[in-house]
Design a protein around this ligand. Structure first.
Ligand code: PBG
Length: 327
């Protein structure tokens, strides 16, 4: 008697059948492109540790946004680099701060054809590089910080952001932002909470991109999550949803696929994942050395993030992938 081998290979035999049975279908609609805009420059400045990524001038930002939207990318998330930083990060809520003026430019250019998002944090704007204001003892002051986040949210919404994305990991930040937005007549502006954001070593190139150095060699372990903890992420997510988060995010992505999966299974709001700067930079660096096929690895990595359960993926590969995936 012959052993009845189940022929798994039948459904792998041709590109057509593989396409038919594919469980995960990455599409351009899944992607959000991070963009950086820098005050006081006339030409875009390349970020050496993020090949292909620029600090944009206001004019080059508008062009790049139009290109991405033309490729079908449905969301853009904006980060700003102000010329002047101070202890409280006041450029973050100044109506003429760089992100606010850039949001107005983009709202005019892109209109309703993509979701305009603003990262909501203070680290790009503070002279000490922390995500909030400091107490006299040098600790990040949670409650004073979330009050400022409310002001930032209103300034961003006034400037045309359809969605704000708080990334500071302060307790109560989502609730504070929701009430500030509602009180200012911005009940329609959505919140995508960086809910489970880890104190990761993978943000290095991003800090080059935004010119942020944490004073005194400090870190963010006092407010971002410990990479050893998975269940804690579910507690963070459920608090953020209770406070009014419309979308919850896990960040970084590849080292936290288990967390993405758990959040997807446990909660019924859209789940975003941020494929962060270090994840992008590693692929680009290895590809530049000829050690891997960078395009193939990018597709494999971002597909894996979707397979794990992410509905929305923020990635520096958005433009490149959009060209491959088509609108
Ligand atoms: C904070 C913020 C960071 C990133 C997004 N928002 C940096 C940090 O927490 O230090 C990192 C994104 C990336 O690495 O691509 N404003």
């Amino acid at each position: 008697m012959t052993f009845p081998v189940r022929r798994m290979r039948r459904l792998r035999a041709s590109p057509a059948v593989r396409r038919l049975v594919a469980e995960t279908r990455l599409a351009v609609e899944d992607l959000v492109a991070p963009l950086f805009v820098r005050e006081g420059i006339d030409e875009p400045v390349p970020v050496p540790s993020l090949p292909g990524v620029m600090q944009h001038s206001r004019a080059s930002l508008v062009k790049e946004a139009a290109r991405l939207v033309g490729l079908g990318v449905p969301g853009l998330i904006l980060f700003g680099l102000p010329e002047e930083k101070d202890a409280s990060g006041s450029q973050a809520w100044d109506p003429y701060g760089i992100v606010q003026v850039a949001l107005r430019d983009l709202a005019e250019e892109v209109g309703d054809s993509a979701v305009l998002m603003a990262d909501l944090c203070l680290d790009e704007y503070t002279d000490h590089g922390h995500c909030g204001v400091l107490t006299d003892a040098g600790e990040v002051d949670n409650d004073a910080t979330i009050e400022l986040y409310g002001m930032v949210a209103v300034a961003q919404a006034d400037a045309g952001a359809a969605l704000v994305a708080p990334s500071g990991m302060m307790d109560g930040q989502v609730g504070a932002i929701r009430s500030a937005l509602d009180d200012a007549g911005h009940a329609d502006v959505a919140i995508m909470a960086y809910a489970a954001k880890y104190a990761s070593a993978l943000y290095g190139p991003f800090r080059d991109a935004v010119d942020v150095t944490i004073a005194g060699g400090g870190d963010r372990r006092g407010y971002q999550q410990d990479p050893r903890n998975g269940r804690e992420a579910l507690a963070e997510v459920s608090l953020d949803i209770a406070e009014g988060a419309d979308i919850v995010m896990v960040k970084p992505a590849l080292a936290y696929l288990d967390v993405i999966r758990d959040v997807r299974q446990r909660f019924d709001v859209p789940v975003a994942a941020y494929h962060v700067s270090g994840e992008y930079a590693m692929v680009k660096a290895a590809a530049a050395n000829g050690w891997i096929d960078g395009d193939a690895v990018a597709l494999e990595h971002v597909t894996a993030i979707k397979r794990a359960g992410a509905d929305i993926i923020l990635t520096y590969f958005a433009g490149e992938l959009a060209e491959v995936l088509g609108a």
